[in-house]
Ligand binder design. Structure first.
Ligand code: OAD
Length: 261
């Protein structure tokens, strides 16, 4: 495994060594679909803009849900089944191990909704795109609740709170869809972590750097003077923003990079 510098590729690269972290250094990690790929969950870009043969807008937008909530629930029900059949891989476990060593000097921000980081034991975890196993109402303020059930019937599941009030609200997955805002509380948590960090290392892994605001985290970290690492199977859209790029599978690279920290 080789490390290249300043957005370059394999020229003038050096061998990968574990991060050396002193007791004043904090680590912020951003993960994307590539980190779950080795658990058997396909990435978004690999699917060529189609998710299980559905255009993204059909199954991952408020408009798509309004048009056909039954189809959207079928789609997310299949994703629940798929994720439950998968297990965390060594990349997830390496992140959990680093958290165990650093405690509050560690924060994991993930774009993944598959729950695999939580299942690996990560606790200082911000799921900025939501979680596949949380459900909320599309109409009322019913708080999101944990749900592993699948909804494959002809009728989408009604919200019990709306039903009790005589309204027809439908339950929906607690996932950030296209055109929706991230939870401001999540962004504040990341800002607070950055502000409290003395020295900072930022690691992004398994993400194409194409979706904002996640793709801009590297710039926030650099503004704090962080050293920045990208671990990805191929160059990302924002590779040039990182000081160091390790091209490789996260399940192989993260245990080495984070292992001796
Ligand atoms: P993408 O599917 O866009 O990118 C996955 C990246 O992981 C690609 O750059 C791959 O090269 C890389 N990759 C694949 N396998 C890998 C492995 N084993 N090890 C390391 N890297 C690997 O996924 P994201 O960047 O996570 O948003 O996508 C961001 C967001 O786009 C998703 O959260 C989703 C989607 O729209 C929402 O659902 C809101």
């Amino acid at each position: 495994m080789r490390v290249s510098r300043d957005g370059g590729d394999d020229d003038a690269s050096e061998a990968l060594r574990p991060l050396e972290l002193d007791d004043r250094t904090s680590v912020l990690v951003l993960t994307g679909a590539g980190v779950s790929a080795e658990s058997g969950i396909p990435t978004f870009r690999a699917a060529g803009g189609l998710w299980e043969s559905h255009p993204v807008e059909q199954v991952a937008s408020p408009e798509g849900f309004a048009r056909d909530p039954t189809l959207v629930w079928r789609f997310y029900s299949e994703r629940r089944r798929q994720a439950l059949a998968c297990a965390p891989n060594p990349g997830h476990h390496a992140l959990r191990g680093l958290e165990a060593r650093l405690g509050d000097r560690f924060l994991l921000v993930t774009q993944n909704v598959d729950d695999l980081h939580a299942r690996a034991g990560s606790q200082r975890l911000v799921e900025i795109h939501g979680n596949l196993f949380q459900t909320r109402c599309s109409r009322c303020a019913l708080p999101p609740f944990r749900e592993e059930a699948v909804h494959l019937g002809a009728e989408p599941p009604p919200c019990p709170s709306c039903a009790a009030a005589g309204r027809g609200g439908l339950l929906r997955p607690h996932i950030v869809w296209f055109g929706e805002m991230l939870d401001p509380a999540h962004l504040q948590r990341i800002d607070r972590f950055l502000a409290a960090a003395d020295r900072l290392v930022f690691v992004a892994a398994g993400t194409s750097g194409a979706v904002w605001p996640a793709a801009g985290l590297v710039d926030l970290a650099r503004a704090q003077g962080a050293s920045t690492w990208l671990v990805n199977a191929e160059a990302a859209e924002n590779t040039a923003r990182f000081e160091r790029f390790v091209r490789g599978r996260s399940g192989l690279v993260l245990p080495v990079l984070l292992g001796g920290a």
